[in-house]
Design a protein around this ligand. Sequence first.
Ligand code: DAH
Length: 355
Amino acid sequence: MANVTDLMIMREQALAAVQGAPDVAELEAVRVRWLGRSGLLTAALRSVAALPIEERRAFGAAANQVKADLELALDQGSARVRGAATLAQFASEQADLSLPPRRLRLGRLHPISRTIREVSRILATMGFETVEGPEVESDYYNFEALNIPRGHPARDKFNTLWVSDPLGDDPERPVLLRTHTSPMQIRVMESRRPPIRVCVPGRCYRFEATDATHESVFFQYEGLAIDEQLSMADLKGVLYSFARQLFGGERKVKFRPDYFPFTEPSAEIAFDCFVCNGGGRTNSGACRTCGGSGWIEAAGCGMVHPAALRRVGYDPERHQGFAFGGGIERLAMLLTGTPDIRLFQTNDLRFLETA
Ligand code: DAH
């Protein structure tokens, strides 16, 4: 017959078993063994009825206390093993931060886009606002209004791609892919009043064979300034500042008399060749980039022709202006040291990731 001392021994054994249980399953086994239907403590509690009446109270109280102690210990044990299990799971699932990450392939701007932005940024420092115009243009804006009427020999230098008008071809109003950005000079002068300062970057088209410095689809930038009292000196000042900002003051700039029907006087601006440094020769013979001349023609420029001013309703006695325009690719080649214009369009990542 159990007595209180037996209960105390049972208590010690049961609590030790709870302490030693490593997981939920083992704890449950301990609970069943002591507190289950046919558990040892359950049996002891049942035996109360058989005790002499004077022992019942003390034994019963002790047995209930042991039961309560054991239940509390089981609860705490349960929390302990669950916590341990969670920690073990975390440890096993922990990300290995020492693994090298997958390489991030960041996109970057195409050298042509970068050059357009750089040209626009530099001209913005001198007050030029960047605007864009249509690539499908009328004969009027691309030629007529720029003093290049039908039959004018200047048309020969623009190998024009003509397009059919979706609204029906009108022989009086031919449509084309603009051969330069200059038509925007007229469009801007028509839609604004002086003072005008705009920069027009954009795609142009010419039906031409490609070589290291020519493409049939290419970009130009155009600058136009109209105001009272503008002179060739302002034009030169702007272009010198432009060249210095673009090339950091290293390149030489040369103005040579030239002819464009929409400017008078006209000039061609050239920078010294970045491959042969103006010498015209490399170790392997004549420099291929500049054709041996030592100079890279970078832009045409001049004072806006009075006839063009009059055509848009300006009085040339009051308003004058200058314009300049050149190839974006040429600048991009200079800036990135790219020897062949065709690399810009061929989508070769080896070039694009380094240019
Ligand atoms: N549009 C000319 C061309 O493509 C370049 C040019 C010359 C632009 C003189 C100008 C200019 O604005 O004034 O050949």
